[in-house]
Design a protein around this ligand. Sequence first.
Ligand code: NAP
Length: 308
Amino acid sequence: MRETYLKKESRENKQLPKVKINQMRQVNANGLLIPALGQGGWRIGDDPARAESEIAAIRRGIELGANLIDTAEMYGGGRSELLIGRALRGIPRDKYILVSKVYPHNADRNNMFKSCEASLRRLGTDYLDLYLLHWRGSVPLEETVWCMEKLVREGKIRRWGVSNFDTPDMQELWQIPGGKNCAVNQVLYNITSRGIEYDLIPWCEEHNVAIMAYCPLAQAGSLRRMNVDVRTEPTIAAVAQKYGATVMQVMLAFVLKKSCVCAIPKAGSVAHIEENVAATQLEIADEDWGMLDCVYWPPSCKMHLDIE
Ligand code: NAP
């Protein structure tokens, strides 16, 4: 078993526990194994002054086993894919898992193949591990699935999935020829937004579709749900303090509790990615999860899918 220890001096926060990083837990995405913790790519590459820090974070994350990188043709109009392509240069292709997403209006016979080629070019690779429909648009699902399956046959993508699909969308997808080959559903999930626990997570678990949690850190507090700023809310802070962890680590540990869920927090510095990877080792007792449940109630009825 590979064992890596986080270098103490590279952490910003000296409160962090000395966490031993073992082999990253893998999530089964309909036969494709993906790491429980990956890295988000939204807003990466937007600020040239942050580029070197972002590149270093991506490379460090891969070293630590957080080797799934998520991006989209939408992000910065291709800037995210370009920056990620730069970060991956020189790393053997089988050492990371690349995910990109196609705009709904490009997810048809006329545009999807060109979109995929453009993403591959920006990323500097000849295949994607996962290609996702970013959200549902007006193109019939049958047509998008047909294109995805053709891309798989052509070796341009290994597998495909969807994003921002609620349970009825997944049920509809399952009725379409080839629809059952969907490997992941990327959706918003964090402790302040738990609606998918009611029906979508159980449905995906039953059908071997991995949930890829986006905004798992509630954008470090700037994404407000339940009127909560997670940076200052006292219950998470108390649990974090008890375990010598940070609030962001407790946020991640929450999302990673379920075996069919992986998370893709965006980290723009080595310190942040190291802190996030260390969270995969955090074991929080049931009584403390119970305390958090009292503030962040699990859903008791169907809720609308939360979307950012
Ligand atoms: P997020 O991952 O919840 O939060 C990102 C923010 O958290 C950044 O400001 C980052 O700052 C900060 N951060 C990361 N690690 C931290 C740490 N250890 N301590 C303190 N702050 C930390 O939000 P997100 O980027 O919106 O979502 C994650 C990814 O999901 C995106 O990047 C994207 O790939 C994907 N996504 C998909 C959809 C969709 O519709 N499919 C929608 C939204 C997002 P630094 O940059 O300074 O590290």
